[in-house]
Design a protein around this ligand. Structure first.
Ligand code: PLP
Length: 386
């Protein structure tokens, strides 16, 4: 019997796989409207680029502390206090190569084989793969389109077992766009409070991209009693259109953050020193681009929803934040629909199965409104013909 050559700990990102298919289709000479990618179509603010140029001129780009340069940790603490109402000490901040790495580090630092992680579906495609890579088990719990894809406290209570280690709350959600009110979070906290082993991952990375004026409710701020069991995640990727710069962070209890930093020290050491300087500029500089961009996303959302609403084959909830639509397609599987759609119309979308919603598609509206509306129009026409 031959031994397997690799331990397949992760399946690889299905979102990137679909984006690659779209690129191949384009390389073969076809016109493509790409609605797959989860990255803003804006540039980082000018003062961020200026700070990076200035930093390069010093020619000093050595290793930094594992948890980032002190001005970055100071800027992150200030940002948490200003934007989320959360106070952290310096040793309660972890920094990594994107929020993705910090989340992965947190799971690696805390999960034992067989532990369970509760993931409300639809979920960001990376969570289950990360959990499995740590030898733990994703426990997927459903939410409903009709109730805005928010996790119901009774559903959460039924999913908890003695092995539950984490509950993941991602708001605004990717791909759902769901946002929780303070009272929604308090109701979930009531369930979690009775289970002292459970940690809460509050992934707030899309918080600045919201479409109502209601102040953002972050789990640890709403439920200070559980702050010592909550890891709050954020980063520059979505808010400041700095995806490739790879700076993300977490604020949480010191013992957990120390364990995360230990993992970080043995995989990437730190995130890029140049990117750290740019992130300081993003967090401490003018913030006026954020509401302007959120308003642009809102307009695009509304334009896309208006087209999709014409189709009797689609049900689409209006997302409260982030830049995705997650329509349900009546009587069809998302995988075959996404492939047929690309072939027939040149519109690339991600099948909902990547996020735990087989009969859905994910459409990103991080692209210009004209292309977005044209893409949605082609989807509607395609479903009418198919
Ligand atoms: N969390 C969610 C919900 C996301 O959608 C993403 C990126 O798509 C991330 C975290 C990771 O972002 P980054 O690693 O670029 O900071």
């Amino acid at each position: 019997m031959s031994l397997p050559r690799f331990r397949p700990v992760a399946a690889g990102s299905p979102i990137l796989a679909m984006a690659r298919k779209a690129a191949e289709h384009r390389a073969a000479g076809h016109e493509v409207i790409d609605l797959t990618l989860g990255e803003p179509d804006f540039a980082p603010p000018d003062h961020v680029i200026a700070a990076a140029h200035e930093a390069l001129d010093t020619r000093r780009m050595g290793y930094t502390p594992v948890n980032g340069i002190p001005p970055l940790r100071a800027a992150i603490r200030e940002h948490f206090a200003r934007e989320r109402g959360l106070t952290f000490a310096d040793d309660e901040i972890a920094v990594g190569c994107g929020a993705k790495q910090v989340i992965f580090n947190a799971f690696l630092a805390s999960l034992e084989k067989g532990d369970e992680v509760v993931l409300p579906a639809p979920y960001w495609a990376s969570y289950p793969d990360m959990v499995r890579a740590c030898g733990a088990v994703p426990v997927v719990v459903p939410t409903a389109l009709e109730t805005g894809f928010r996790l119901d406290p009774d559903v959460l209570a039924a999913a908890i077992t003695p092995k539950t280690r984490w509950v993941v709350i991602n708001a605004p959600g990717n791909p759902s766009g769901a946002v929780y009110s303070a009272s929604d979070l308090a109701a979930l906290a009531e369930v979690i409070a009775g289970h002292p082993r459970i940690l809460v991952l509050s992934d707030d990375i899309y918080a600045p991209i919201r479409f109502s004026d209601t102040p953002y409710a972050s789990f640890a701020a709403v439920v200070p009693d559980l702050a010592d069991r909550t890891l709050t995640i954020d980063g520059v990727s979505k808010a400041y259109a700095m995806t490739g710069w790879r700076v993300g962070w977490a604020g949480g209890p010191k013992d957990l953050v120390t364990a995360i930093n230990a993992v970080q020290s043995q995989n990437a050491t730190q995130t890029s020193s140049l990117s750290q300087i740019a992130a300081v500029a993003a967090l401490t500089g003018p913030q006026d681009s954020l509401p302007v961009r959120a308003e642009i996303y809102r307009k695009r959302r509304d334009a896309a929803l208006a087209v999709l609403a014409e189709s009797p084959h689609l049900s689409t909830a209006a997302p409260d934040g982030a830049f995705y639509l997650f329509p349900r397609i009546a009587g069809r599987h998302g995988d075959e629909t996404a492939m047929a759609l690309l072939e027939a119309t040149g519109v690339a979308v991600v099948p909902g199965s990547a996020f735990g919603g087989d009969d859905h598609l994910r459409l990103s509206f991080a692209l210009d409104e004209a292309s977005l509306v044209e893409g949605c129009r082609r989807i509607v026409d395609f479903l009418e013909r198919a």
